[in-house]
Write a protein that binds this ligand. Structure first.
Ligand SMILES: *Cc1c(COP(=O)(O)O)cnc(C)c1O
Length: 439
C-alpha cells in the first residue's frame, strides 16, 4: 500500500469511519472511474461557457465596487446580468440579492407574468412544496388564486412519461404560462433532462404558440452542457444558494429569459417605471460573480457525491432515485429508507461530516411551507445553502432523504461515508457490510 493511502485510511479512522464502512466505500469509488470522467468533461464544457461569457462582457475589477442607496448605474450588477444571459443563452437576466430565495424567484416569475383571469398549467405534476402556497393549491395569503389566477395540473404517467393527451386537453384559451419543474424536488418522480424539457416545450408551443414556458431550474444548473433556455424555455428561474452561486453567493435568485419576460419581472421586483435600473448590490457582486465562475466545478463535486451515494445505498438494498446507473439531470439523490430511525441516522452522518456545526444533532421540525415535519442536516458557511453538503426530507412515508451538494467531491465523499457509518452504528447493516467486504 502506498504511504499516502495508509495516511488517508488513518485520517478516515480518526474521523470516525469504521474499517468495514471504509473498505466498502473505497471499493464503490473504484468502480465509478469512467462515470466520474464523464462528469469532469461536462464541467470542463461549462467552465468554458462561463469563462467565455465573463470575457465577452468585459468583466473588470471596477465591477466589484459596492453600491448603496438606489444603486443606479451599478456596472457590476449590469455586467453580471449580461454574463448570466450569455451563459444561459437568453436575451436578458435579472440576478439580484433582493431576490431572497428560490421560492421568491419563482413567485416573482409567476406573479410578474400572470394577470387576473389567466391560467397557469403544470404539465409535470405537483410543483415543489413551497409553491403550493404561492399558487394557492393550499390556500394562502397573497397567493395567485387570490388574484383570480387559476391553476391546472397534469400529472406524469406512472412510468414517468408525459401525459401528452392530458396536456393537450388541459391547454385552453386562458392558459398563459406553463411551469415545468426540472428537478424532482421532494417527489419520487424522475428529474427531467434538458432534452425532454425541449420536447415538452415544442409540443406545447406547437399547440399554443403564445403560451409562455417557464422552467424551475433549481438544482439543474451546469449538470448538463445545455440549459432549458437553450431548448425553447422563455424563462428559467433558480436560487443562488444552490448550483449557480457556486457556494460563494450569500443570497439571491436569478431569472433568465426573453427581454419581455425579464422586463415584466423587473417591474414586479422593484416597481413599475423603475424596473432593472435600481437595486444596490451592497458589495455582494464579487461573491455572486466568483461563485458563478466556480459553479461548474462545484456542481461536478456534488454530482460525483450523488452518484457515489446512489451506488452505495443501492448495493445495500435500498431504493435510490436516480438509480446507480441512470444519467443525471440534477444534483439530488433520493434514498428511501421506509424507516424513520435510518433516515435520522443518515442525516446525523451528514451533519457530523460538516465543516460547520458538526457537533450538533439534526432533529425533525415544523418548517414553514411544508405539510409534514422536516429533518435537515447541514453545516454550511451560508445558512441554508443546499449546494453545500446537505440532506433533508419530510418525516413521512417513504422516509426518503434527499441528499445534495458538497462544495468539493472529497467532502461529499466523506459525508456519505459518515452517513453510512451512522447507519452501520444502528446495528442494522453490520452483516451486509461484513459479508460484502469479505467476499
Ligand atoms: C429549492 C427549490 C425550490 C425553492 O427554493 P428555496 O430557495 O428553498 O425557496 C423550488 N423548486 C425546486 C425544484 C427546488 O429545488
Amino acid at each position: 500500500m502506498e504511504q499516502r493511502d495508509k495516511i488517508l485510511e488513518e485520517y478516515y479512522a480518526q474521523m470516525g469511519i469504521a474499517k468495514p464502512v471504509y473498505d466498502f466505500c473505497m471499493k464503490v469509488e473504484e468502480e465509478l472511474k469512467d462515470r466520474f470522467l464523464s462528469i469532469d468533461k461536462t464541467a470542463e464544457c461549462n467552465q468554458m461557457k462561463v469563462l467565455r461569457a465573463m470575457q465577452k462582457n468585459h468583466l473588470s475589477e471596477t465591477c466589484f465596487a459596492p453600491t448603496t442607496g438606489y444603486g443606479y448605474n451599478d456596472i457590476g450588477r449590469e455586467t453580471l446580468e449580461k454574463i448570466y444571459a450569455d451563459v444561459f443563452g437568453t436575451e436578458d437576466a435579472l440576478v439580484r440579492p433582493q431576490i431572497t430565495c428560490g421560492t421568491h424567484a419563482l413567485a416573482l416569475a409567476l406573479m410578474s407574468q400572470l394577470r387576473p383571469g389567466d391560467e397557469l398549467l403544470s404539465p409535470v405534476g405537483k410543483p415543489y412544496d413551497t409553491l403550493e402556497e404561492v399558487i394557492g393549491i393550499r390556500p394562502s395569503n397573497g397567493s395567485l388564486a387570490e388574484y383570480g389566477i387559476s391553476y391546472r395540473q397534469v400529472d406524469l404517467l406512472p412510468d414517468g412519461e408525459f401525459d401528452w393527451d392530458g396536456i393537450e386537453k388541459a391547454l385552453n384559451e386562458k392558459t398563459k404560462l406553463v411551469t415545468i419543474q426540472r428537478s424532482k424536488g421532494y417527489a419520487s418522480r424522475p428529474t427531467l433532462s434538458v432534452k425532454r424539457i425541449g420536447e415538452l416545450i415544442h409540443f406545447i408551443k406547437e399547440r399554443k404558440p403564445d403560451v409562455l414556458c417557464m422552467v424551475d431550474n433549481c438544482y439543474g444548473e451546469f449538470v448538463e452542457i445545455e440549459e432549458p433556455s437553450q431548448v425553447g424555455a422563455d424563462l428559467i428561474v433558480g436560487s443562488l444558494i444552490k448550483n449557480p452561486g457556486g457556494g460563494l453567493a450569500p443570497i439571491g435568485g436569478y431569472l433568465c429569459g426573453t427581454k419581455e419576460c425579464i422586463d415584466r419581472a423587473a417591474y414586479r421586483l422593484t416597481s413599475p417605471g423603475l424596473g432593472k435600473e435600481v437595486g444596490a448590490t451592497l458589495g455582494v457582486t464579487t461573491s455572486l460573480t466568483q461563485g458563478l465562475f466556480l459553479a461548474p466545478t462545484v456542481v461536478k463535486g456534488a454530482l460525483k457525491g450523488a452518484v457515489f451515494a446512489a451506488n452505495i445505498y443501492e448495493k445495500l438494498g435500498f431504493k435510490v432515485i436516480p438509480d446507480s446507473k441512470e444519467s443525471r439531470h440534477d444534483i439530488i439523490q433520493e434514498v428511501e429508507f421506509h424507516n424513520p430511525e435510518l433516515m435520522v441516522a443518515f442525516c446525523e452522518g451528514i451533519q457530523a461530516a460538516a465543516p460547520v456545526d458538526s457537533f450538533v444533532r439534526p432533529e425533525p421540525w415544523d418548517m414553514p411551507g411544508y405539510d409534514a415535519q422536516v429533518i435537515m442536516a447541514a453545516g454550511a458557511f451560508v445558512s441554508g445553502s443546499s449546494i453545500e453538503l446537505s440532506a433533508d426530507g419530510p418525516m413521512k412515508e417513504p422516509y426518503a432523504v434527499y441528499f445534495q451538494g458538497g462544495l468539493t467531491w472529497e467532502h461529499a465523499k466523506y459525508g456519505i461515508m459518515m452517513s453510512l457509518q451512522k447507519i452501520y452504528e444502528t446495528g442494522k447493516l453490520k452483516n451486509i457490510l461484513i459479508n460484502d467486504t469479505e467476499s
